[in-house]
Write a protein that binds this ligand. Structure first.
Ligand SMILES: *Cc1c(COP(=O)(O)O)cnc(C)c1O
Length: 379
């Protein structure tokens, strides 16, 4: 093995540890410190969103969105089958049934043309995921949600800093969720945010985040003692991690430029090989500004993918498959889903491979990956 290139590697701006030291020096390292507030103001500015609440993860932000919906057993939440488990768990934990919709064969996003068929009188929300940071068809999906009178939510774990027809991803739904896990574009190890585009639920969301108490209002002087007022949990991020995150938020332009360069080089230098081998590269519609979250390839067959991953692995390069469709999981089956429900996702998930893609990839590393890929033949 000549080298070892993992599929992800966290990237540091360089000021993160100094900022964490500042947090420790300020003696607030748990909840409610100034770095958390500064990250929230920064995200509100970047996204043009009225309210952002930092959370301990995107999973937790999704759980908060489920609590805000006041879901009852029997309610349904429609989402793409091709997503991370957290999208479904959040609503299932509240007793709702996740209903899985198929994806488009070009962008891997929820197929808006199939969405109406998945709605029922019990549908309470539609959750979209902007796969790989490429926007879903938000005009059409927004119209469908509005006509059906259901809440639109964006699981925007991949899409931060991307846009659809000039509008930032994460600002289309009544709520959206962000992730700052180490595998995402901007990170603090583990963290997230709930973006509220509807101001009415802001106070309630703050209480839910703070164990269901009105502690935030108490510190703001709006109430004279704090108490248990709602369901909630421990969803606040520790300020010591917000200090780390603030550096990444401030360095976002630099980070995105580097990611864009790596992405464009993959796209350009693999195009001849992909064309001759029948490999499909990512589709990015021209009215979409993508967030450069990942670079994937669709191999012609599942067997090609198995051989491709083994070929890269033999050269010390870690490429990974992505998302076992949720409707095929044991939990998906428990919610009534069956093989054949989402044929595009079933086909794609067997053939898709994620290449190593991270902010700090060197030109030499990428050249080595490209050369190794070009040595591979399908069929
Ligand atoms: C990463 C990811 C999550 C979970 O994020 P955490 O911050 O790790 O909880 C949720 N949804 C999608 C689509 C993701 O990619």
């Amino acid at each position: 093995m000549q080298s070892h290139i993992t599929f992800n590697r966290p990237y540091l701006i360089g000021t993160e540890f100094d900022r964490m030291q500042d947090a420790v020096g300020g003696l607030v390292i748990a909840e409610g410190g100034t770095f958390t507030t500064r990250c929230e103001r920064c995200l509100e500015r970047i996204m043009g969103a009225p309210h952002v609440l930092l959370t301990s993860s995107c999973t937790h932000a999704l759980e908060m969105s489920a609590l805000l919906l006041d879901l009852k057993p029997g309610d349904e939440v429609v989402m793409p089958t091709f997503t991370f488990v957290s999208t479904a768990n959040a609503y299932a934990l509240r007793g709702a049934r996740p209903v899985f919709a198929d994806i488009r064969p070009d962008t891997m996003n929820l197929d808006e043309g199939l969405l109406s068929d998945r709605l029922s009188p019990r549908t309470r929300a539609i959750v979209v995921v902007h796969y790989a940071g490429v926007s879903c068809e938000m005009d059409e999906i927004g119209r469908i949600a509005e006509d059906a009178g259901v809440t639109l939510i964006e699981d925007n774990a991949h899409g931060l800093l991307g846009a659809y027809r000039g509008k930032q991803l994460g600002t289309f739904g009544a709520m959206s969720t962000q992730s700052f896990h180490e595998t995402k574009n901007l990170t603090c190890g583990k963290g997230g945010a709930l973006v509220l585009n509807d101001s009415e639920v802001f106070e309630r969301a703050r209480n839910i985040r703070n164990k269901g108490t009105n502690r935030d209002q108490f510190f703001g002087g709006q109430v004279d003692k704090y108490t248990w007022v709602d369901l909630g949990s421990s969803y606040m991020p520790p300020d010591i991690l917000s200090a780390f995150l603030l550096c990444q938020l401030e360095g976002r332009v630099h980070i995105q430029q580097k990611r864009r360069k790596v992405w464009e080089r993959y796209r350009l230098e693999l195009s001849d090989w992909a064309c001759s081998e029948g490999v499909q590269q990512p589709t990015v519609p021209d009215y979409v500004e993508q967030a450069y979250h990942m670079f994937y390839l669709l191999l012609p067959t599942a067997a090609d993918r198995t051989r491709f991953i083994a070929h890269l692995s033999a050269h010390g390069i870690q490429a990974v498959f992505h998302y076992v469709p949720l409707h095929l999981s044991p939990m998906g089956e428990r919610f009534g889903a069956n093989l054949g429900d989402c044929p595009i996702a079933e086909d794609v998930s067997a053939r898709l491979v994620r290449l190593p893609f991270f902010t700090g990839m060197s030109e030499g590393e990428q050249a080595f990956i490209l050369k190794t890929i070009q040595q591979f033949s399908c069929g």
